[in-house]
Design a binder for this molecule. Structure first.
Ligand SMILES: Nc1ncnc2c1ncn2[C@@H]1O[C@H](COP(=O)(O)OP(=O)(O)O)[C@@H](O)[C@H]1O
Ligand SMILES: [Mg+2]
Length: 366
C-alpha cells in the first residue's frame, strides 16, 4: 500500500474527514488542515462542529452566528491577513447546526405548503428533536450538498464529539435501524403502515377531532417522504467513506488512552474497507529550546528559589517531550502505511496562533 502524504491529500482530494476520540483536537486540526490547504487550493470550506470560543473568534464568528448557524461564511480579509492566506484564496467556514440543516432538508423534499403545514403540526417538534440529535447525519447532508454545488475544491469535515472515534462511521447503520424500527414502520405507507390504515376510517376523525385528525394525516404523509429521503441518504453515506475522492484522517494525542482509541479506530476502518490515510498526533509537547541571551540574563536577577523552580519545570517539560516523541515513534512503527504527522502543544491563548502553529507543523514544507 503506497503511503499518501497529508500534503498530497490536501492537494488532491475533494473531502477530508477528520475523526478521532473526544477532545483530542479534531476541530482544531480540521481548521489547521484547511489553513494548510489554503496554500494548495483556491476555494476551501471547513465544516466545524462546536468550535472552541477562541477558534470561532479567529474565524470571525459572532456569538449569534455560533448559536444560529447558517450558510458558511467567508473569512474576512483581516483574518486572512492574520493567518497568512493569499488574497486570491477563499476559505469559508461553516458551523454545523442540525436545526438549520433539517430546515433545508424539508425545503428540498417537500413543497412549500407541505413544509409549512408540517412545521405547524404537534409532531414536528418531536421529529426535529430527533434529527437534531443526529448531528452526524446532518453533517453528511451538508457536505453532500456542498460537494454537489462544486463551489469548493476541498471540503474539510470535522466530526461531532462522540464517545468513540468509530461512532461517526456507524451512523448510516444506526439511522437505518432507527428508521426501519417497528415504531417508524407504523408510519410507512409502503409497508401497509398501521397508522395510515387506521386514519382512513371515518370514526378516527370523529374520535380525534377534525384538527388533530388533519394534522396527523398531514404528518404521516410528509414524514414518510422525509423518511424515504433519509434512508436513501444513509445508503449513499455508507458508500461515501470509501470513495477515492474522500480521505479519512484521524487525530490522536500522544497519551496512551488516545493511542488505544486510534488502534480501535484503525482496526474498525480496515474491517470496513475504509482507508485511514493519515494520522495527526496533536498536542505533542516540544522540548524547551535553549533560552535566548536576554532571558538568560534575566534569570541572573531572580532569586535562587525561583530559578530552581523554573529549572524543575524545564526538566518536567523535557520528560513530557521525550515521552511524546516515544509515543509518536511507536505509532510510526505500528502503522507503516500511514502518514503520521505531529502538531505541537501550543500555549498561546489566541486562536490565530494555535491555528498558525499547528498548520505550519502539519505541512512544514509549504
Ligand atoms: N495543539 C494544541 N495546542 C493547544 N491547545 C489545543 C491544541 N489542539 C487543541 N487544543 C485545545 O484543546 C481543546 C479541545 O480541542 P478541540 O479541537 O475542540 O477538540 P475536539 O474537537 O476533538 O473535541 C480546545 O480548547 C483547543 O483549543
Ligand atoms: Mg470538536
Amino acid at each position: 500500500m503506497s503511503k499518501n502524504s497529508l500534503h498530497k491529500l490536501l492537494a488532491e482530494k475533494r473531502c477530508v474527514i477528520v475523526c478521532g476520540g473526544g477532545g483530542v483536537g479534531k476541530t482544531t486540526t480540521a481548521a489547521s488542515l484547511a489553513l494548510s490547504a489554503s496554500k494548495l487550493r483556491k476555494k476551501i470550506l471547513v465544516v466545524t462542529i462546536d468550535p472552541a470560543k477562541r477558534l470561532a473568534e479567529a474565524f470571525g464568528f459572532t456569538q449569534r452566528a455560533l448559536e444560529q448557524g447558517g450558510e458558511p461564511i467567508l473569512l474576512s480579509d483581516e483574518s486572512k491577513q492574520k493567518l497568512g492566506i493569499a488574497a486570491d484564496v477563499s476559505l469559508s467556514v461553516g458551523i454545523l447546526n442540525p436545526k438549520y440543516v433539517l430546515e433545508q432538508i424539508i425545503e428540498q423534499t417537500l413543497s412549500p405548503t407541505q413544509a409549512e403545514t408540517l412545521k405547524k403540526t404537534m409532531l414536528y417538534g418531536q421529529l426535529s428533536e430527533m434529527v437534531y440529535g443526529l448531528q452526524e447525519y446532518t453533517a453528511y447532508e451538508w457536505v453532500t450538498r456542498m460537494i454537489k454545488d462544486s463551489e469548493y475544491e476541498l471540503i474539510v469535515l470535522d466530526t461531532p464529539p462522540s464517545f468513540h472515534a468509530k461512532d461517526f462511521f456507524l451512523v448510516p447503520g444506526k439511522i437505518r435501524n432507527l428508521m426501519e424500527s417497528k415504531v417508524f414502520q407504523l408510519f410507512s405507507p409502503k409497508r401497509g403502515g398501521f397508522f395510515k390504515a387506521v386514519m382512513s376510517f371515518g370514526w378516527v376523525e370523529k374520535l380525534l377531532g377534525e384538527k388533530v385528525y388533519r394534522e396527523s394525516r398531514m404528518f404521516l404523509e410528509t414524514f414518510s417522504l422525509l423518511r424515504d429521503r433519509i434512508l436513501d441518504r444513509c445508503d449513499l453515506l455508507s458508500k461515501f467513506f470509501t470513495q477515492n475522492e474522500v480521505a479519512v484522517v484521524a487525530v490522536s494525542t500522544p497519551e496512551s488512552s488516545a493511542m488505544f482509541e486510534l488502534e480501535g479506530l484503525s482496526r474498525f476502518l480496515t474491517e470496513r474497507s475504509i482507508h485511514l490515510e493519515a494520522v495527526v498526533v496533536n498536542q505533542v509537547e516540544q522540548s524547551s529550546s535553549a533560552l535566548p541571551d536576554d532571558e538568560l540574563a534575566a534569570l541572573e536577577t531572580m532569586s535562587s528559589d525561583l530559578v530552581a523552580k523554573i529549572k524543575k519545570l524545564e526538566l518536567h517539560q523535557e520528560k513530557r517531550a521525550e515521552k511524546a516523541m516515544l509515543a509518536v515513534e511507536k505509532c510510526r512503527a505500528k502503522y507503516p502505511g500511514i502518514d503520521i504527522v505531529c502538531a505541537p502543544m501550543v500555549y498561546d491563548a489566541d486562536g490565530f496562533s494555535i491555528l498558525k502553529k499547528t498548520s505550519d507543523a502539519i505541512i512544514p514544507t509549504i
